[in-house]
Design a protein around this ligand. Structure first.
Ligand SMILES: O=P(O)(O)OC[C@H]1O[C@](O)(CO)[C@@H](O)[C@@H]1O
Length: 276
């Protein structure tokens, strides 16, 4: 068992099967598992799929019992996702991908915190102002960012961006999320197009992006890494769980995205090409 030290919590991963173990000091609400079978309709190449192969596990609602009241008051939830290593017909293992719903004012959709605890993540961020169009075929992508996040770093998923997490490392990808519980989650606009606007493949050992032709007029992709922002509670080396406990007010942007969009976007650092 390997301790997931970057989480700041007593969490462990079995190095053989990548299943997580939690200390009895922590409580958690439940566990969800996605196999290749459940990812059908979202993958780049669906010929001869290894249906039983594991893609990712999500452990929801992790907390120390004494922190439950704080999390409940703010309406936040702390979860851990483990995306397995490897590819499915050449495509890196990934989550389903979804868009968050609007805030009550319909000015912005909700943000989310993703902290990479182990491995390397590529987050596909695609902005769509009409992700909830009556006819999902009308959905257009207005901006596209591939953000690479390394172990020990954290990304804020900006409001208004659909997102999908991809494991581009050699081992398992373990990341936590701090999310606003009332946030609606929309899977339809991603499923309609059979995934996000690009698939992340491995060809001859190299990570390659493959356009999903079902989308039209996708803007030129941008490539990014991330930087810290202590004002929003994000300091690399300080686990998100601890940072939240120390200063819960810093995470106000989760439930109230208005007024934070530019600051969140400014945490992305742009590059000319995909960062590995
Ligand atoms: O399979 P789903 O529902 O898209 O969930 C995958 C991801 O979304 C989250 O629920 C949060 O956005 C994570 O816990 C998880 O990584």
């Amino acid at each position: 068992m390997l301790e997931l030290k970057n989480s700041g919590l007593p969490l462990y991963i079995d190095e053989k099967n990548h299943v997580m173990a939690l200390s009895a000091l922590l409580k958690y609400d439940g566990f969800g598992r996605k196999t290749v079978e459940k990812m059908q309709g979202l993958l780049a190449d669906e010929h001869d799929l290894p249906l039983d192969e594991l893609v990712y596990d999500v452990y929801r609602g992790i907390a120390y019992p004494e922190d439950e009241e704080l999390l409940k008051k703010d309406d936040y939830r702390y979860d851990i996702t483990i995306i397995m290593p490897g590819q499915v017909n050449g495509e890196c293992k990934k989550t389903s991908g979804h868009y968050h719903g609007w805030n009550p004012e319909k000015t912005n959709t909700y943000a989310e915190v993703y902290e990479v605890i182990k491995g390397t993540a590529l987050y596909i961020l695609q902005k769509s102002d009409n992700f909830d169009a009556e006819d999902p075929a009308d959905v257009r992508v207005d901006d596209l960012i591939f953000a690479t996040v390394h172990e020990g770093e954290t990304i804020l998923i900006p409001p208004n961006y659909g997102h999908c997490s991809v494991n581009i490392g050699d081992g398992p990808l373990v990341f936590s999320n701090l999310a606003y519980v009332p946030c609606p989650v929309h899977y339809g606009p991603v499923k309609q197009f059979h995934g996000m606007s690009f698939y992340v493949m491995v060809e001859n050992g190299e990570v390659k992006l493959k356009a999903n032709d079902r989308y039209v007029d996708v803007p030129k992709a941008k490539f990014a890494t991330v930087k810290e922002n202590p004002h929003l509670g994000i300091q690399f080396g300080l686990p998100v769980y601890e940072s939240y406990k120390k200063n819960p007010e810093a995470f106000e942007f989760l439930g109230k995205p208005d007024g934070f969009v530019d600051e969140i976007m400014s945490m992305l650092v742009y590059h000319d090409e995909l960062v590995k």
